[in-house]
Design a protein around this ligand. Structure first.
Ligand SMILES: [Zn+2]
Length: 297
């Protein structure tokens, strides 16, 4: 039996997956805003509970977390300024167990490939669009991690085929500018609306406003369709995956699954793509289960 944890949006989720792929235990723990101390306390509490209730648990724990790329800087929120090296070291010391880390995009790719909508897919690419942007690639049920564990760092690729105004003043927390994260994260989307209207709406409020014929909200979402169309067309040119799966809160916009593939012929080299764009399974423990299946592999 393998245990996975996910640290996402002030909530730690945990799940145990057996070697036959059955889910036998899951639980969650809220993280307070004090960052690392509360994070470590929550992870330790969940691992203690899991191991007490499930004798025979694999010692190694899989963990989906934002700062999972080796030696990369961490976004300036959530779990503070820990790099992945710090995070893994502190988690291992606190848990008393080895830990393997993946990004939310990688955990989602594993979940969808092993248990979700991509079980029959040879090549699966995931984009996790939430406070930050992460990707993940699986071949069959195997996560491709790369020579330096950085596969799927799409959030910090530049937005493809930019128009001139998209090149100006788009600073990213990573120190570069024009990154996909600046356009395709929640903050990026909400800033688009705020910069035109000086009114702060969250993604659901923007979607509701568009439904109520707010022209600015409609325009912001149409631009999102096109930017995501460009981003996914670049993925198709590189990997030609069977499926691209979107996760995170932006992925809940149902319009994307009709509108984004319509953009592909304008950007992808092939005019007819067999790639399917799918919404991630609506499963609260998906990232924890994906992280657990990393341990199994
Ligand atoms: Zn960046």
């Amino acid at each position: 039996m393998n245990l996975g944890l996910s640290i996402q949006n002030s909530l730690i989720t945990a799940a145990i997956v057996t070697k036959d792929g059955d889910f036998v235990w899951q639980d969650s723990y809220p993280v307070e805003k004090d960052g690392a101390p509360s994070l470590l306390t929550g992870c330790t509490a969940l691992v203690d509970m899991a191991s007490r209730d499930n004798p025979g648990l694999n010692q190694t724990v899989g963990i989906s977390a934002q700062s999972s790329f080796i030696d990369q800087p961490t976004p300036h929120d959530g779990i503070g300024s820990l790099t992945s090296v710090d995070l893994r070291r502190k988690l291992q010391a606190s848990l008393g167990r080895p830990a393997v880390l993946v990004s939310p995009g990688q955990a989602l790719a594993l979940y969808e490939s092993c248990f979700g909508k991509a079980q029959q897919s040879e090549v699966t690419c995931c984009l996790f669009l939430d406070n930050h942007v992460y990707g993940g690639v699986t071949f069959g049920q195997k996560l491709w991690r790369g020579a330096s564990n950085i596969v799927g760092a799409w959030g910090h690729m530049p937005l493809p085929w930019p128009v001139p105004h998209e090149l100006e003043g788009r600073d990213c927390w990573c120190g570069r500018n024009g990154c996909l994260e600046v356009f395709l994260s929640l903050r990026g989307l909400e800033n688009e609306y705020f910069n035109i209207t000086q009114t702060k709406l969250d993604i659901q409020e923007i979607a509701d406003a568009a439904d109520a014929s707010d022209l600015v909200a409609s325009s912001v979402l149409q631009v999102l369709d096109d930017r995501l169309g460009r981003a996914t067309a670049a993925i198709i040119n590189m990997f030609d995956p069977n499926v691209i799966i979107l996760g995170g809160r932006i992925a809940k916009l149902n319009r994307l699954y009709l509108n984004v593939p319509r953009k592909w012929p304008g950007y992808s080299l092939n005019k007819v793509s067999k790639t399917k764009l799918l919404q991630a399974c609506n499963e609260q423990f998906a990232l924890a289960k994906g992280a657990a299946s990393l341990v199994a592999s």
